[in-house]
Design a binder for this molecule. Structure first.
Ligand code: PMP
Length: 349
């Protein structure tokens, strides 16, 4: 065969499959997006970035880096930015792993993990969640070998919702060699209301081998602009930056993220509204008899076993996300959450 052929490893890698399109945007409860429209002030600031689209963006993401550094009490050399936190993760794994290396992560968790691990030729070591849909950190520590380069921790866990507590994380870290990088993926951290939950930024201060991933896609409502970042020790950050494509984050995204940080109070109100809806949806599902794990993210998990595809069909025209073992449902507007709850009740009858 003389056709150009990609690396053999690609054949075994599944393509990332987004949720199916919905009737209209409000019916889309499949991608954990923010149900609120963009803040007008943020749109205005992003538009200023549009005006200089003939130029490459600021490669150093200077103003946003400074704002985040101040917020977290760190220097700017702790931050690496990418087109969504998923691209930062891809760069990080590219920088750390190759064939023969192992990456330990919980499963089921974020479906981009196996792709990001397998692409550089590393080996996925998946550790099943506990029966109550949480990370099994003792089993993850057991799974570490001399070939382990990176461990991924997702808190709250996508798609199931529970958090890792600080106490269990510290017990875990006591068993992790300091040569292993521990990535704490906090894509949903702004929705966490558990006082015992791990705070990645604080863990960073205690452990030089921790990397925290954050995104503007969820609580900040900028999923369409693709901007996320890592926080880590400067030496780790330098390596991640080298592995990321240059000019990956547009000025539009940089400006919108900075404006969003500055609109903190308004965005917090929106996050509170989502958290309140999450509580309402959770309580109603429990009332209906569903065995839903408590979620600290902007979604809930219905552990449907083999009936998840059937439920997703039944939920139509609301678009939810079926996985083997369960269905993940994003918290939407109150109206659409009511419509979902009605579908969920009908399914149980
Ligand atoms: N981590 C987790 C756990 C996620 O669920 C997501 C988005 N679904 C991401 C990272 C990536 O977010 P983004 O690339 O939009 O920043």
């Amino acid at each position: 065969m003389t056709d150009p052929r990609p690396r053999q490893v690609l054949a075994a890698i599944p393509a990332y499959r987004p949720g199916r399109p919905a009737l209209d945007e409000s019916h889309k409860l499949s991608s954990n997006e923010n149900p609120f429209p963009p803040l007008p002030g943020v749109v205005e600031r992003a538009a200023a970035g549009l005006a200089r689209m003939n130029r490459y963006p600021d490669p150093g993401v200077t103003a946003l880096g400074e704002a985040l550094a101040e917020r977290h009490g760190l220097s700017t050399d702790h931050f690496a930015f990418g087109t969504g936190s998923v691209s930062v993760l891809f760069g990080l794994l590219d920088a750390w792993c190759g064939p023969g290396d192992e990456v330990v992560y919980p499963w089921r968790s974020f479906e981009a993990y196996p792709i990001a691990v397998d692409l550089p030729g590393a080996t996925s070591v998946r550790v099943p969640l506990t029966a109550d849909h949480r990370h099994d950190l003792p089993a993850m520590a057991d799974a570490i070998t001399e070939r382990t380069k990176v461990v991924l921790v997702c808190t709250p866990n996508n798609p199931t919702g529970p958090v890792v507590t600080e106490a269990e994380f510290e017990e875990f870290m006591a068993r992790v060699p300091t040569t292993v990088l521990v990535v704490v993926d906090e894509a949903y951290v702004e929705f966490v209301r558990d006082p015992d939950a791990l705070a990645g930024a604080a863990a960073l201060a205690r452990h030089a081998n921790v990397v925290v991933l954050r995104t503007f896609s969820k609580a900040y409502g900028l999923a369409g602009l693709r901007i996320g970042y890592s926080m880590a020790h400067p030496a780790i950050t330098e390596a991640i930056r080298k592995a990321l494509p240059p000019f990956g984050v547009t000025d539009i995204a940089q400006a919108a993220a900075l404006a969003s940080l500055e609109a903190q109070a308004e965005l917090e109100e929106r996050v509170e509204a989502v958290v309140a809806e999450r509580t309402r949806v959770f309580d109603a599902l429990r009332e209906q008899g569903w065995d839903v794990p408590s979620s600290h993210a902007n979604f809930v998990w219905l552990p449907l076993g083999e009936r998840s595809a059937e439920f997703a069909e039944h939920a139509h025209p609301i678009s939810v996300r079926p996985f083997p073992g369960g269905v993940r449902v994003t918290i939407g507007t109150p109206e659409i959450n009511d419509a979902f709850l009605a579908r969920a009740a009908a399914f149980r009858r």
